[in-house]
Structure formats: structure tokens, C-alpha cells
Write a protein that binds this ligand. Sequence first.
Ligand SMILES: [Zn+2]
Length: 261
Amino acid sequence: MPFHQPDAIRYYTFGSLESEKIKHAIFTRRGGFSPEPWASLNVGGLRGDDPERVYLNRVRSFQVLDRKPESVYDVWQVHSTDVIWTTGSRPASVRHRKADAILTDRPEVTLFMRFGDCVPILLHDPKRRVVGVVHAGWMGTVNGIVTETIKTMQSAYRSDPGDILAAIGPSIAVDHYEIGAEVVGEVESAFGQDAEDLLVRSAESTHFDLWRSNEILLEKMGIRNIETAGICTACNLQDWFSHRGEFGVTGRFGALIALED
Ligand SMILES: [Zn+2]
């Protein structure tokens, strides 16, 4: 079963990442302290929710997985192609750096990101003992954030793409992801021939397949093991926050990955 509910908190895991060597989870919105419209496990600090509740929600999430809250390394997610590989956690007194992919080879660090329709991609190289998490919305996808992340794993940790396990988490599915003409142009120029498989066109609108796009980018980098959850956030509001599905008034759910000693 990909869903786990040890107490009030409910989270999702990938079968292909199950291992005693790592901890990972995509947290649902269930089991937190926040009221509507952030109900309830909101970990997004920029959505109008009380910072104290957001903090308590994160602490509770970490505790469920037996990870120390102070082991967190997180960033200010800005739809860039910037990748950070870190050797330490981020103390509360230190500002977030801007980036959209984070990597570590240190078991004392817990990588954590926030999502509400954009694609979470978890990475594990069991051979080189590296974990990572990527934030890919349409901009990160067309600019290749996941490609940059795999390149960084190769250069910083000497990862072989054939060893890397990749997992694409709950996020907005093509049926709910209508895009405008400008973004259509960006997809066409980024993906060339593949764009026709990624754009679903009708007389009224064009939709974009973020899951398949990121699978293609991973495949092009030589990743063979890709698991896609296939869960649409906007279709499943009982479990997920969805920016599109809730018209921008909502929270953010967490994604966590860490090496275990
Ligand atoms: Zn949907």
C-alpha cells in the first residue's frame, strides 16, 4: 500500500524507493494543525497561514518518520534550474537559498520541499549514497531542472544514471493542466518532436503533460528506473493541496527524503 497513516498524518511512499537505507514520504494534507483553507498539514509559509502552525506541521511530519526537525535542509523554491548539494542542515537563523533541486550524501541532513500542483521528483542513488528532491512546475520542466539535477549528481557525486532511482510524485495531471499560448511555445521549443505527445490539444484549449515530460527528461539522461505515482492533486483534494484545483487559495504539502545511517 503506498499510503501510510501511523497516526493522524497520512503520507505516500514509492515502492521502488522502499529501502532501509533511506526515509522518504510525500505528505498528504491530512493530520496537521491548520484550519481551512490550509487544512490541515500545510507546510507552506507564504500562503497566509500562521507561521507557528506551519512550523508545528513540519515538526509533526518529521517526527512521524523519526527524523529530527533540526536536520532540515530546505530552500526558497523559485522555478529556477539551480541545484544545491548540501553537506549540512539549514539552521532556523539562516535564510533560505533560492533553488529548485537539493541533494545530499549526508545522513544527518533531511531534504524537504513544498508542493501544491508542481511535480515532486525524488531521487536516490543507492550506490553512491545520494538522495535528492526536485521541484518542477512548467517552467522548471521546460528549462530542464531535473536534467540539471542528474548532471549535478554525476559531477558532484560521480553518480552513474543507470544506478539512480527516480520517482515522480502526486501533482497536477494533464487533464487539469491547461496552459496558454506562450507556454505552448516554450514546450514546443524545449521538447521539439516530443512536444506533440506532451500537448493535448482541443478546439478550446491546450493541456500539458508534466509527468511524461519529466519522464522523457530523465530517460534522456539515462535513468532507467522511474516510478510515477499517477495521482492528480486537483482530482484528489481530500489528500492534496492543489493551486489550480482550489483557485490559488490553499496550502502546500511536503516531500521529504533522507539517508539513514
Ligand atoms: Zn486531475
